[in-house]
Design a protein around this ligand. Sequence first.
Ligand SMILES: Cc1ncc(COP(=O)(O)O)c(C=O)c1O
Length: 452
Amino acid sequence: MGMEHPVSLNLRVRGLEHSATLAINQRSSELQALGREIHRLGLGQSPFPVPPSVIASLREHAEVKDYLDVRGLGSLRDSVARFHQRRDGVSISAEQVLVGPGSKELLFLLQLAFYGDILVPTPCWVSYTPQARILGRKVRTIPTRFEDRWQLTPEHFARICDSDRDRHRPRLLVLNYPANPHGLSYTEDELQGLADVARHYGVILLSDEIYGELRFDGDHRSVARYYPEGTIISSGLSKWCGAGGWRLGTFSFPAELRTLRESMTSVASETFTSVSAPIQYAAITAFDFGPEIEGYVSSARDILARLADFCFRRLSNAGIRIHPCEGGFYLFLDFGPIQDALRDRNINDSDTLCERLLEETGVATLPGRRFERPDDELSLRMAFVDFDGEAAMQALAQLGEGGLPADLASPVNEGFVRTHCASVCTAMDKIESWVHEMTSATTGPSRRDVAA
Ligand SMILES: Cc1ncc(COP(=O)(O)O)c(C=O)c1O
């Protein structure tokens, strides 16, 4: 191999790590290639296939090859607008929608176009703050507490706004619910409260609702209902439609934020030009949300809800602090209650926690640090997606009319997830035994003792 050419890097990207989720995926593959049994709970990717009608639509449009409107195909934007009208009760027209190659890219453009501070409650999705840093934006993380269900309370939000000397400085608050990394959602009262504070201080909300359809009770509410004039709603095909690799995301803007939308559109026209044409046609079928898609999303929720509950019960029994997940496919584990035992075994930060868990049990997860939690907080995110979603959906369909019991704790549900989500269930068994081993007084000398 030749010598590397010396390249001078932009200071803002110097030292930037690869996106955390992609790195854990690669490490899991390496260990698997060495013959280790790995439970892949690191990468947050939908386990379900893309619905057949959406695939059919993609096939049908494979020959469409022209560049499309930078904002997105008119009929797709129409379909997205109707989707939000139905779901969120907001009056959005096709004009107000922008389609991009994933909501991640749109979020990047938003942070580029918006001039002001970015506020992000933590734990938060891994890419919000690196994006802000790449762009040189001032980002203020707002640590939330387990006791507040990891949610930003309206009182806390108001205190943050008040504490600024310039109370009306341009600010953008990123909300995400159901959330990555903890699966919790805001209540209606909380959304109303946050909306009131945002309106009072003129804060723009970026409401990342990419997991909205996967809220288990099917009752996802957008904060745009309470603050329509200041909320941008983010959605896309990646999570509820199982099509992360297709790369299609959407932002829906209020009419009041036209200038921001147009600036982002100009940047889009100078960068990605337009999203892949066949994907846009297929996305119309998805956002039209006909009975097939509705059935698909509903069975995805059914399966995820049972599995989430199973994991929650097992992990809390093991002594880990955790909230039940309300939607999506993540749980955020706080090992605080057993931290003394872990620290005795030289596990003093979340990176080491995840490394040791991976090495000693084969369960791949992501450290809390990646979600902007303090380095020494012993927390991690688990994505309970290591199962064949297609087979699980087929098995659910074979159960017929009644489907799975509504009582999540029913043994029938447990039997279902044990059979169809076996790797995730085994991972729970392994975490449970690992915790037991860590906390058991009868284990051998700790590594610290050995080292000493
Ligand atoms: C909370 C959240 N927002 C946004 C995204 C980005 O999704 P995409 O770019 O695939 O639309 C993800 C993906 O993991 C996510 O978890």
